[in-house]
Design a protein around this ligand. Sequence first.
Ligand SMILES: Nc1ncnc2c1ncn2[C@@H]1O[C@H](COP(=O)(O)OP(=O)(O)OP(=O)(O)O)[C@@H](O)[C@H]1O
Ligand SMILES: [Mg+2]
Length: 226
Amino acid sequence: MSDLTEELDSRIKETSTSKVVNEKFSVNVTMSKLKRNTHILSKNYDVKKYLDSTKFTFAPEIAELVPKDTPAYLDNGERYVERIARSLAFFKQCALIGPSGTGKTHIVYLVAELAGLPLWEINCGLQTSVFDLFGRYVGLGKENWIDGLITSWCRHGGILYLDEANMMKQDIATRLNPILDQRGHLVLTEKDNEIIQRHKDAFLIISMNPVSSEFAGTKPINAAMR
Ligand SMILES: Nc1ncnc2c1ncn2[C@@H]1O[C@H](COP(=O)(O)OP(=O)(O)OP(=O)(O)O)[C@@H](O)[C@H]1O
Ligand SMILES: [Mg+2]
């Protein structure tokens, strides 16, 4: 842009010094700021009504966690994308329950992309330890602390997506409770009880398969969590 304006400036000077009076120039320059929320699908889903990406502020280094190029999510008029956005806007959290392959993971990516929210994804079915999720000291002594995924989400905001939430180990679920209720903070017992306040734009989505014998290892989620 600045190249263009410089060029225009020099041309304007040129014309005024060369005294071309009988020729008229009309130059129209339109400049627009690069807008967020210009995703090609944003016109198909009315997400902006609930989650306005221009109101969110995130550290630049986590901006790359916003998903890109998610394909459209198709439904028969149920408007699931908007319903998830609405639930996040009012309750800051949302649970998706459905059998395998019904597009739970897909729709979370789409909502994150349309709302411009960084996505932190954890599959609870995997053997992820408390240290991976909350953080740990590395190396010698107590100098180099590394935040785990959940800690980073709590600090920086975005959507925390807990896939297969009913396979979550109980120690992790219990530690999540204070973040999810009105206290809204995380206590890092490993790190001299540091208290991390939940970021103002920190949302949670959990997804799970319905509890049945077909999906081995699933169990009803703990009442406190629910
Ligand atoms: N309504 C839909 N519109 C477009 N694509 C869909 C839809 N539902 C499912 N898909 C596609 O089906 C595939 C499976 O979806 P996805 O992985 O999101 O399912 P899931 O519910 O997360 O399954 P699981 O419980 O196994 O994790 C993806 O490629 C997704 O794009
Ligand atoms: Mg999935």
